[in-house]
Design a binder for this molecule. Structure first.
Ligand code: NAG
Ligand code: NAG
Ligand code: NAG
Ligand code: NAG
Length: 421
């Protein structure tokens, strides 16, 4: 008798324990702080983290930045592409559908006046630390537009001021016989031909279950980023890859398997690497953020038929200046995200550009990438990259509707050649 009572008691205790455990676990997951161990340990091995479009990511890193603001050598970027300004921050996960049945007000999509005060305290701190760290020696003394430019003027400013070019055989330190063997002979516009409608596909978690695949594939050309796969996600992101913009870290860091991963064998590749502020190409050549040249050459030897360009580093800071000039606050003194670079590259190659889930749709989530499971608000709001300000800029220039943003995460921008400036 005594034994049975004791046993019962223990059973209850055990049961209560499991209930508590389950609740705790569920809460963690819901908060978005559940990071699978695998990815976390991967992140540890990588010195710099990438942006939302990028492969890896960075809750860890941005935490690191909070801690070590005065260290000179630093990590990188955040991740991915969704967002929310003031946007119903509560409408995550399951609540979303229910809440959004109502009409699509502009309050439901990214607010182009989002400011750093809309960031979480952690991300505000990260931004401040990047501002004081100033790794790339940014010294901006250009104008600041207190009054917003019209979208047309802003588009023209981008066209005028940002020179999108790839490194050519005649450029500076690349004009040697050694490099001559590696750089593509044809320029990129000759390579892609005249493109009409183009799609830029972010890697945002909000692409999951979007069923945007067929719409994306209906474009003449599709740009993707870093290691974003199509296999296994056809229905949501499509299967076409015309161009792929990758960062130098992905090319360089061993465990990204850049040389062997077949994902990279499709489409035209473009690699970019952060340069010191307005550095001449020679200076950047000596001070690469990631020394990707060896793997670049190896890849070219292995796949000589696949066009593979190096983005001229001038572009990133010309674009950054436009971003700073049109932002009320100081933006992070780090290069723009791959996402924004990709958008502007496509504006030079295409008549019209549709951008998916750079501004988040109703599917917005803190999940960083549609093909991975970790969460971080930084993927949407920015840590290393001035993502928040990039989104404000893109929203201001959008020629599509708020409804298209809400339902498809879609923004439409004109190609430069179709503008009258
Ligand atoms: C966010 O909400 C606050 C208070 O509701 C408001 O003052 C602020 O302008 C909003 N900011 C954005 C970006 O919507
Ligand atoms: C862009 O490139 C053209 C020709 O290559 C050059 O004339 C022009 O000055 C450049 N503009 C900027 C802002 O660098
Ligand atoms: C390469 O370009 C530099 C200028 O950037 C020039 O001084 C040099 O003569 C060029 N070298 C060759 C082999 O053309
Ligand atoms: C690219 O090459 C084509 C010839 O293949 C030429 O007509 C065109 O002007 C070049 N474009 C640029 C931007 O250099």
């Amino acid at each position: 008798m005594v034994h049975i009572n004791l046993l019962k008691k223990w059973m209850y205790v055990l049961l209560a324990f499991f209930v508590v455990l389950t609740i705790c676990f569920w809460k963690e997951t819901y908060k978005g702080y559940y990071v699978p161990f695998k990815i976390e340990s991967k992140t540890f091995q990588i010195p710099r983290v990438l942006d939302k479009w990028d492969v890896l990511k960075s809750r860890m890193l941005s935490n690191e930045v909070v801690g070590k603001k005065n260290q000179a050598s630093v990590p990188g970027k955040e991740t991915q592409g969704k967002t929310k300004g003031n946007v119903s921050a509560t409408a995550t996960g399951n609540n979303l559908e229910a809440k959004t049945k109502k009409s699509v007000g502009s309050s439901k999509v990214w607010n182009e006046d989002t400011s750093s005060s809309n960031l979480t305290p952690r991300l505000q701190k990260v931004r401040k630390n990047y501002l004081s760290m100033n790794k790339y020696n940014v010294a901006y003394n250009g104008p600041r537009n207190a009054v917003k430019l019209s979208p047309e003027k802003l588009l023209c400013q981008l066209q005028d001021r940002v020179n999108v070019t790839m490194v050519q055989r005649s450029d500076g330190p690349f004009n040697t016989s050694d490099w001559h063997r590696y750089l593509p002979r044809r320029n990129i516009s000759g390579e892609v031909g005249h493109l009409g409608r183009c799609a830029v596909v972010s890697s945002a978690g909000s692409l999951k279950s979007s069923r945007l695949g067929p719409e994306i594939d209906s474009h003449d050309a599709v740009l993707r980023f870093n290691g974003a796969p199509t296999k296994g996600f056809l229905n949501d992101v499509g299967g076409k890859t015309t161009l792929r913009l990758i960062n130098s870290q992905l090319v360089t860091v061993e465990d990204q398997h850049f040389l062997t991963e077949t994902l990279y064998n499709t489409g035209i590749l473009i690699v970019w690497d952060p340069a010191p502020y307005h550095a001449e190409i020679h200076e950047w050549y000596r001070k690469l953020d990631y020394d990707f040249f060896k793997n670049y050459k190896q890849y070219r030897n292995r796949y000589p038929e696949q066009p593979f360009y190096i983005l001229n580093p001038k572009m990133q800071w010309q674009l950054w200046d436009v971003l700073q000039e049109n932002s009320v606050e100081d933006i992070q003194p780090n290069p723009p995200s791959s996402g924004l670079l990709g958008i502007v590259i496509m504006m030079t190659l295409c008549d019209e550009v549709d951008i998916y889930e750079f501004l988040p749709s109703k599917r917005q989530t803190d999940i960083c990438h549609y093909y991975q499971r970790f969460h971080d608000r930084a993927c949407t709001m920015g840590a290393y990259h001035p993502l928040l300000f990039e989104k404000n800029l893109v929203k201001h220039m959008n020629r599509g509707t708020d409804e298209a943003i809400y339902t498809h995460g879609k923004v439409t921008l004109p190609g430069f050649r179709n503008m009258q400036c």
